[in-house]
Design a protein around this ligand. Structure first.
Ligand code: GN1
Ligand code: MG
Length: 370
């Protein structure tokens, strides 16, 4: 453990005394520790998390967004008669001085959250029901935020899902080639150039007023859903760092990218990487069951397309980071970002090969939406 988690925890209003902590989760950006505290006859777990300031330039703004969004969700759950909203909504733990962020002597920013017990997370789907549950959880999250005023949120990472901007950035880095890796990615470059027209499709629809700006999660990976360990229900959506105004389609698409794939995001054996149509069906069903009634026709029309768009976008981001010398995403080996990019492009190809079937699944399911 490279951080003094015990000392960090002491600044927060935690119950009990520190017992132990271990690294937690599989995120590529922040550092998270699960810490165990105990007192006479009870114990309590908390998550202490270091916010990556290379990615989030204003941690205070991230926290303001998170505080507002969680308060809104919590109140709505309570208002709807939910017995235990603390299990269905992340809870921030303030510091002893009432602030939410602790700055450690090295200048790192830390926050603390209550740990929800009796839950599981998954990097890939183990059974179809999980896909349905994950989509329902993100759909519910979207629904609970339908009346949240988007202008109350900071844009913590500007143009986060502006695929056109991401594409331009990639082209710039490819040309500058700061660490001499461009030569090795000719095939990937050609793949992207052949897909360039896709980059602005949703942005153009938005500019024409045909897709609404909503409050969205923007990082709807399968492993950002907590599943109840007993019932398997997707009970809570976590990782609220990038909650910002955005397009619902990027959220749905990112869920397909991570929950309808047959392999982990960094699986180097591309023969293992495929989009599973039956998992896609579960995702469409779960999403439309929970938020379908509130979606515009044009949003539903683009559900299948959104999956291949965001998968290309995330692949493009991994590849850009590879070309920049791995300065953004955490990596475990030298070729990690390139492996991830190739994996994502393979997944795009698999989606393209099944796009008609995906569209048909959406049509089947949309007729069931009330
Ligand atoms: C990052 O750290 P994590 O796993 O929550 C990234 C997402 C990417 C994802 C790819 C702030 O999310 O945008 O989709 O990796 N988060 C940020 O796995 O850039
Ligand atoms: Mg994240």
């Amino acid at each position: 453990m490279i951080h003094n988690v015990k000392a960090i925890g002491q600044n927060f209003k935690v119950e009990g005394s520190f017992h132990k902590a271990e690294p937690f989760g599989s995120g590529h950006i922040n550092d998270t520790y699960r810490a165990h505290y105990s007192q006479e006859d009870s114990s309590h777990d908390y998550l202490h998390q270091r916010i990556n300031q290379n990615v989030f330039k204003s941690p205070e703004k991230v926290m303001e967004n998170m505080e507002k969004v969680t308060a809104h969700i919590w109140d709505k759950l309570r208002g709807a008669g939910e017995q235990d909203p603390n299990r269905r909504c992340l809870r921030l733990v303030p510091m002893k001085n009432g602030q939410l962020l602790h700055k450690d002597p090295d200048g790192n920013y830390w926050r603390t959250m209550d740990c929800i017990n009796g839950v599981e997370t998954f990097d890939t789907v183990q059974k179809p029901e999980q896909a349905y549950q994950a989509a329902r959880a993100f759909g519910r999250f979207q629904r609970l935020l339908l009346d949240f005023p988007a202008e109350d949120l900071h844009e913590t990472i500007p143009d986060f899902h502006n695929t056109r901007c991401r594409f331009d950035r990639f082209l710039e880095v490819f040309t500058a080639d700061p660490v001499g890796r461009a030569e090795g990615i000719t095939k990937e470059f050609e793949f992207l150039k052949a897909h360039e027209a896709d980059a602005s499709r949703l942005l153009d629809l938005q500019a024409l007023g045909r897709l609404p700006l909503r409050v969205t999660h923007n990082d709807t990976k399968l492993n950002n859903v907590l599943f109840d360990g007993d019932t398997g229900e997707g009970i809570c959506v976590v990782d609220l760092d990038t909650v910002m105004p955005g397009l619902s389609l990027y959220d749905f698409g990112d869920l397909v990218r991570t929950a309808a794939t047959t392999a982990a995001e960094d699986e180097p054996d591309l023969s293992m990487v495929r989009m599973d149509l039956s998992l896609f069906r579960e995702l469409v069903r779960g999403y439309l069951d929970s938020v379908g009634g509130a979606l515009e026709d044009e949003e539903v029309d683009n559900l299948a397309f959104s999956a291949r768009l965001i998968t290309m976008e995330i692949g493009l981001r991994f590849l850009t980071d590879f070309l920049e010398g791995d300065i953004y995403f955490k990596i475990r080996h030298k070729m990690h970002n390139l492996d991830r990019a190739r994996n994502q492009f393979q997944l795009v190809r698999s989606m393209e090969a099944q796009i008609k079937e995906m569209e048909a699944v959406v049509e089947e399911s949309r007729s069931c939406v009330s």
